[in-house]
Design a protein around this ligand. Sequence first.
Ligand SMILES: Cc1cc2nc3c(=O)[nH]c(=O)nc-3n(C[C@H](O)[C@H](O)[C@H](O)COP(=O)(O)O)c2cc1C
Length: 286
Amino acid sequence: MRVLPIGAGTVRQAPFPDGPAAEVLVDEQVGGGQLAAAHVTIPPGGAMPDHAHGESTALVVPLSGELLIASGQHQEQVTQGVVVLLDHGERVRLANETNEPVTLLAVFASAGFVRALSSWPATTTTAASTGTSGRGGDGAAWAEVHRQVVEQATHAPSVHNTQPWRFASYAEGLDLYADSARQLPVLDPRGRQLHLSCGAALLHAQVAARARGLTAEPQLLPDPADPAHFARLRLTSGKAPSEREFALADAIALRHTYRDAFSTERLPDALLGGWCLSPRGGPPLS
Ligand SMILES: Cc1cc2nc3c(=O)[nH]c(=O)nc-3n(C[C@H](O)[C@H](O)[C@H](O)COP(=O)(O)O)c2cc1C
């Protein structure tokens, strides 16, 4: 038996305004599967926006306050004394429409969803004292999210590893600029490969943002007067990430250019089909 204290670990703040704070209490392999649990605080007026828990089935145990939990057309106000079972794949929204914080225990089997919580920026406040949150009140946490997204974005491939991009953080997200000083004038006189490299970095930033539950729809060439300003990426509260989005973000650290000879073995059609995504990440192209 192990008795696990609540409040002794790292409390992490959702990287979107008025989101919950969470402390991961359990994240381990048990038997043939994985089990995870988190203590979650939703501030007054706050919410965990519509999300699913990937491969996890979840149990929500309200500990204090009045929690509004909505699934499809069905919504209910729940308090201490009940347990809410959320099926694998079920989409829910948790909200606190009262003036008091809501606390709850969320138990997940498997642990996939808890990995999203673990990527939220750490706060120095404890969950219990997190009364209000949001961008205005937690600039340091947002700066940390921006830093993490840029860190992952800059793992992108680039022509001759020139890394011809420059990221700048603004209040609501990130700006991506071309770094023309890194353009290769002989190999790449028109900057085509510089554009491709920056596009790769932008996609990496989107993937990194989505793994943190942020929306990341870029605005391309946001300033007609500045052609080097390639994109503006507004990072705002979004849906919880899917397993696929987690997997893509995990692949950022693993990806690298392969320069050895390729084998002649044909890859299975199913695998190739999965890779042939439409340009906007829609269903596979036939
Ligand atoms: C637009 C573009 C063009 C590239 N052209 C070549 C190439 O001609 N030959 C090559 O071996 N690698 C090429 N690369 C791969 C880069 O050299 C590689 O991404 C860079 O060295 C960083 O290494 P990594 O991809 O392992 O992180 C290219 C990458 C990009 C984005």
